[in-house]
Design a binder for this molecule. Structure first.
Ligand SMILES: Cc1cc2nc3c(=O)[nH]c(=O)nc-3n(C[C@H](O)[C@H](O)[C@H](O)COP(=O)(O)OP(=O)(O)OC[C@H]3O[C@@H](n4cnc5c(N)ncnc54)[C@H](O)[C@@H]3O)c2cc1C
Length: 558
């Protein structure tokens, strides 16, 4: 194994979070940036709706804060949300300085816009028009384009593209670098004073997902193995409207409903009026569950999105990407009913960090979708995740470059140690011995979809746990017959990571015996007020605790 390069900062991830950290660091620092696919291939690239930021004349960070807290179902960290919304406007302007071109109002248009002419979109549960977008519905692609271009000009940043980070290096309890495998299969290590996880999310754990193939929860698994605490894992957001055609899943942005699209059942009824006062613009969990409920009542596998009452030309111009996706399946966005269903979309939980990106492991930081700053609570407000990656990415860079006051990492959200309830079922009762790792991966996704998606209950979760534990054992058994070389491939490691994180998500979902935000338990249908503000945090080793918050339970999970 080759070893050697030494960097000030190693960043794992080239989405909005990793690129914001990298580009904000001073050029005097030596930085390594890793992406497992080609640079640009990330969840960021597929973001459609945009970046929410309080820039409208009738808007304010206080209103944005309020909307975020309401969507988060009393589980947001209010201090973190305040940072998000107050630092959002300056961060968005930094993004524009980096070359991102958000859509602007045409002369004479009556569209909603900021006083300086940036177009604003509207999305569910936002009380104002506040979503900056680019290319209509190609916001993520424009952000990636601009930041990649800026990156290419930075000689201080070494890019390790198509290089899979397989392990964090540890010394005396601190993270000191990482091990990676390049596309030729060569394993090497780099040393770094600080390592930043910006690996993105875990949507790939579910059969139906809006996420691209790379969202296999690698960052959560890397952090876990290094001893970092993971929190709020039971909260996975399911996007209400993913186009279902030919077995593929393509997101149809919330902004489409923001522009006035309706949801209809097979009887043609605009059913959301029965479920929420905000109808189609209710929070995501409400809309997703209403769709599921209609699907179950009608015994169908989809419901419909209807734009037929909206101006066709305007819709095609506003949503060119979605229009093209629909077109590729022979559907006209503005004239046909679009078959949609919910799918796994965004992981609210993640590596527990403070507002400067510190994990509980010295030398290890996390930012973006892989991290849990607490800004999303139990349910993310639409278009707040690009903003989170950006705002907290800039903050992490500030800390790493010594330009910000670096507070001591606080574990203020920690308190009580609890052990897992005794719910283990002997894994030997199931066997997946004949499966290869690709088949196991499909099986994880099927199990997570069946038992750990929009509607959960104890018996389903226990069954899922039993299956996943058996799959983990089978993979372990398979590893004894498999060459070292195969086990070091990205595919193999990803499968291991998916199984590990699936088990943790299930454990978290079992622990929360209530329905709140995106976590809906049919055996505990009500929100339990005594759990308001309570977080379940999992860790292999108990971190040193410097704060006390009776609302956080720490679970040692070996
Ligand atoms: C279809 C879709 C639409 C969305 N629309 C919106 C929207 O309109 N507004 C909004 O705010 N949010 C939206 N989101 C969510 C948002 O896009 C993501 O939460 C956000 O982009 C995550 O950014 P990130 O930088 O944390 O991770 P990502 O953008 O996912 O980047 C992850 C990076 O980590 C790298 N990586 C991962 N594991 C490894 C490894 N082991 N080794 C090396 N590299 C690794 C990947 O190669 C990639 O470069 C959308 C998401 C999807 C999927």
């Amino acid at each position: 194994m080759a070893s050697g390069q030494i960097y000030d900062v190693a960043i794992i991830g080239g989405g909005i979070a990793g690129l914001s950290v990298a580009l904000r660091l001073p050029q005097s620092m030596r930085v390594a940036l890793f992406t497992k696919g080609q640079l640009g291939e990330s969840n960021t690239r597929y973001a459609q709706g945009g970046l929410s930021v309080a820039l409208g004349a009738d808007d304010s960070p206080a209103l944005h804060l309020q909307d975020t807290l309401v969507a988060g179902a009393s589980l947001c960290d209010e201090d973190a949300v305040r940072i998000l919304v107050e630092e959002g406007p300056a961060a968005a302007r930094w993004l524009m300085q980096m070359g991102v071109q958000f859509d602007r109002k045409q002369p004479g248009s009556d569209a909603h816009a900021t006083p300086d002419g940036l177009l604003l979109g509207r999305e569910a549960a936002h009380s104002r028009w506040r979503v900056l977008h680019a290319g209509g519905d190609a916001t993520g692609a424009e952000i990636e384009r601009a930041l990649m271009t800026a990156l290419q000009k930075r000689t201080s940043i070494t890019l390790y593209e198509e290089t899979y980070v397989s392990r964090l290096l540890m010394h005396d309890g601190a993270c000191t670098g990482l091990e990676a495998v390049n596309k030729d299969g060569q394993t090497f290590t780099v040393m770094s004073r600080s390592t930043v996880l910006a690996n993105g999310g875990a949507g790939g754990l579910w059969l139906h997902t809006s996420n691209p193939a790379g969202a296999t929860a690698d960052g959560l698994a890397l952090a876990w193995r290094a001893g970092a605490a993971l929190t709020d894992l039971e909260f996975m957001q399911f996007h209400p409207t993913v186009l279902l055609m030919d077995g593929t899943s393509h997101l149809i942005s919330e902004a489409v409903r923001g522009e006035g699209a309706y949801l209809r059942n097979h009887a043609g009824e605009r059913f959301m009026l029965r479920y929420a006062a905000q109808a189609e613009l209710a929070p995501r969990d409400v809309v997703a569950r209403a769709i599921l409920s209609e699907m179950l009542a009608e015994e169908t596998d989809c419901q419909y999105l209807d734009l037929r009452h909206l101006a066709a030309e305007k819709m095609h111009a506003r949503f060119p990407t979605i229009s093209a996706i629909c077109g590729s399946y022979g559907l006209d966005l503005a004239r046909d009913l679009l078959p949609i269903a919910p799918a796994a979309h965004y992981c609210m939980g993640g590596v527990m960090v403070d507002t400067n990106g510190h994990t509980n492991v010295p030398g290890l930081y996390a930012v973006g979708e892989v991290a849990c700053t607490g800004v999303h609570g139990a349910n993310r407000l639409a278009s707040n995740s690009l903003l989170e990656g950006l705002v907290f990415g800039l903050r992490v860079a500030g800390v790493l470059s010594g330009n910000s006051v670096d507070s001591e990492p606080t574990n203020a959200r920690h308190t009580v140690l609890a052990s897992l309830p005794d719910e283990q079922i002997a894994p030997e009762t199931l066997s997946f011995a004949t499966m290869d790792d690709a088949a196991m991966r499909s099986e994880v996704r099927r199990i997570m979809w069946q038992f750990v998606s929009l509607c959960r209950d104890q018996s389903g979760l226990l069954e899922a746990k039993q299956h996943i534990q058996a799959l983990r054992q089978s993979l372990f058994a398979l590893s004894r017959e498999t060459s070292e070389q195969t086990m070091h491939t990205a595919r193999w490691k990803e499968t291991e990571n998916m199984l590990l994180v699936a088990e943790l998500v299930i454990a978290a979902a079992l622990k929360r015996c209530e329905s709140r935000g995106s976590h809906w338990r049919s055996d505990y249908e009500q929100l339990d007020e005594t759990l308001t503000g309570c977080h379940y945090t999992f860790t292999r080793e108990m971190p040193a605790m410097t704060g006390a918050n009776p609302r956080q339970e720490i679970i040692a999970y070996a």
